[in-house]
Design a binder for this molecule. Structure first.
Ligand code: PLP
Length: 396
């Protein structure tokens, strides 16, 4: 037997965390890492936040799981909270981001089928997008590396260049059901949609009765300084997927929709055994209690601006390594002139700094949202040492 017990789909590195402490991870061998990856934008309260721990301990002792066959005071409370804070009128809870996007795709299709427009099943999606790893969500992505070995894809997706409104207009046809878009592409390299693009999609959706579906799985839940990134574009979606940060580390996602968009989602149309169980609801409620207020969000914005302006200054000293800084709030990307993956590994293995490589030659910085000046100072200490002793790849 040569296959590992853990199915070998991830090339795992030698960092083997066994404990978390605020913004640090401690490895099996005792090494401490500064965590500017946060489980890929998940641990927004860091690793040992007393509010989250307390809420989960209490709920574990009270009631962890019941079926969705029964009434859910816990689910009603969290759904109400999300409805109060967003564009949405109704919420379906999931256990992951991909499931939240799946629910969003089904909701968009069901809207048109409920209206008697069976031919309108196609979502326009965008090059270099990432929506998850299920069959529908890989089909929604143009990235061929995710398709390989899993053909055929599901029909019903058409890819257009991100931020290309003319391309979108040209792609709209009798089969179009709507648009599925990340306001800030995450895996694609921290690429924010332009204001004109988001506004243009909203206008096109209104004009053609299409569903504007946002994937805020990575950029949502306070990461960009507003509870959801769409708020900064001055538009509202019809449907939105959220996950990653919303459980603060507990697996939780949700599909949010307006009453109109959810028309097709009646009794029996969708479901999940675990989705929205009391334990997950306790995690989501503890996270929203902490982040969904002006003080916390203002703090994220201010911290993001401090980090960003220091980054802008910093990269000026290393013009051979870095090209620019992009993103919003604490979802930041360093656009590099060299491959970001070996640099990420160098920072990790030589300087105990965790970051995430992304597409478009970008190094992602996704720290816990609770970082302060001490963590920012430590980050720059490690980053500058890492930039100074990075063995530049040979150029030919
Ligand atoms: C991570 C991510 C997903 C998938 O979430 P999973 O929890 O891994 O299924 C979907 N969309 C975006 C934008 C993501 O960043």
């Amino acid at each position: 037997m040569s296959i590992s017990p853990l199915m070998p789909v991830y090339p795992r590195c030698d960092v083997r965390p066994v404990r978390g402490d605020h913004c640090h991870l401690i490895s099996e061998d005792g090494t401490r890492y500064l965590d500017f990856a946060a489980g890929i934008a998940v641990n927004l309260l860091g690793h040992s936040h007393p509010t989250l721990i307390g809420a989960l301990q209490k709920q574990a002792e009270t009631l962890m799981h019941v079926s969705n066959l029964y009434g859910s005071p816990q689910g009603e409370a969290l759904a109400q909270r999300l409805v109060d804070h967003t564009f949405a009128d109704t919420v379906f809870f999931t256990n992951s981001g991909a499931e939240a996007v799946e629910a969003a795709i089904k909701t968009a299709r069901a809207y048109h089928q409920h209206e008697g427009n069976e031919q309108r099943f196609e979502l326009i999606t965008f090059n270099n997008a990432f929506h998850g790893r299920t069959m529908a969500t890989i089909s929604a992505s143009s990235q061929e590396k995710m398709h390989k070995g899993f053909m055929p894809l599901l029909p019903g997706f058409k890819y257009v260049d991100f931020n290309d409104l003319e391309g979108v207009k040209a792609a709209i046809g009798p089969n179009t059901a709507g648009f599925l878009v990340e306001p800030i592409q995450g895996e694609g390299g921290i690429r924010p949609a332009t204001q004109e693009f988001m506004k243009g999609l909203r206008d096109l959706a209104d004009e053609h009765d299409l569903m504007l579906v946002l994937d805020e799985v990575q950029c949502g839940v306070a990461r960009t300084g507003t509870l959801y990134a769409y708020e900064q574009y001055g538009i509202e979606p019809d449907i939105m997927a959220t996950a990653k940060g919303i459980g603060g580390g507990f697996p939780l996602g949700a599909c949010l929709a307006t009453e109109k968009a959810a028309r097709g989602m009646g009794f029996g149309s969708h479901g999940s055994t675990y989705g929205g169980n009391p334990f997950a609801m306790a995690a989501g409620m503890a996270v929203l209690d902490t982040v969904a207020n002006d003080e916390f969000l203002g703090q994220v914005t201010a911290t993001g601006e401090r980090l960003r302006s220091r980054l802008e200054q910093f990269i000026g000293n290393y013009p051979e390594l870095f090209e620019g800084v992009r993103g919003k709030g604490l979802m930041l990307g360093l656009k590099m002139k060299v491959e970001p993956r070996p640099f990420m590994q160098h920072l990790r293995d030589k300087h105990q700094l965790l970051t995430v490589a992304a597409g478009d030659n970008t190094l992602r910085l996704l720290p816990p949202l609770i970082i302060g000046d001490a963590e920012i100072d430590e980050f720059f200490d490690k980053l500058s040492k890492g930039a100074n002793d990075y063995p530049m790849p040979e150029s030919d």
